[in-house]
Design a protein around this ligand. Structure first.
Ligand code: HEC
Length: 155
């Protein structure tokens, strides 16, 4: 491989910046009931390492750090009497309020990460907070779309 080809290869292979917003992020709230493909990509980039590709909790990092149980993200509705707990899921992913209240946690604080990403992409901008929230809402909606259907009640 020539030197130029090597440099190109590094640029291409190294360009997967998972925290950078992919696709349009200025979607007005409330989110639309369509699964947009960039959100699934974001889940695979940022969440699957711990939560597994399908959200059921078998990511490679989880297997690496035994004793860490990220829970099964397809069971959020079932565990909440059949209703998807939108607000709780939003605040768990965001994490900023939660960490302020309870201190450290194993799950990364995505609110801070997405804010840092917005700051480095747009600089200090008053709609950065909206950008952060849009990204979190899209993940919330994605999780809602992968909920397991309620099991038949046993008689
Ligand atoms: C470094 C590993 C890791 C990554 C990456 C990660 N999580 Fe988590 N997540 C956890 C752990 C561990 C928990 C369990 C609570 C705790 O210990 O913080 C959790 C809990 C959750 C919960 C609450 C589950 C419940 O049963 O109430 C949600 C929702 C969630 N994560 C969503 C996400 C989303 C969305 C992403 C990607 C943007 C993500 N997580 C990335 C480790 C991770």
């Amino acid at each position: 491989m020539t030197r130029t080809a090597a440099v190109l290869a590094i640029l291409i292979l190294g360009s997967g910046a998972p925290l950078k917003a992919q696709g349009p992020i200025e979607r007005p709230l409330p989110w639309k009931p369509v699964i947009i493909e960039p959100t699934e990509r974001e889940f695979l980039n940022s969440c699957a390492s711990c939560h597994g590709m399908d959200g059921t909790g078998a990511g490679f990092l989880t297997r690496l750090f035994r004793g860490v149980d990220p829970g099964d993200l397809t069971q959020l509705s079932v565990r909440n009497d059949g209703t998807f707990p939108i607000e709780r899921v939003f605040s768990v992913i965001d994490g900023r309020a939660e960490v302020a209240a309870h201190g450290d946690r194993k799950m990364p604080v995505w609110g801070d990460r997405y804010m840092n990403a917005a700051m480095s992409e747009y600089g200090p901008d008053e709609i950065n907070e909206t950008r952060v929230r849009n990204r979190i809402y899209e993940l919330v909606h994605y999780l809602q779309s992968i909920q397991a259907v309620d099991a038949e009640p046993e008689n």
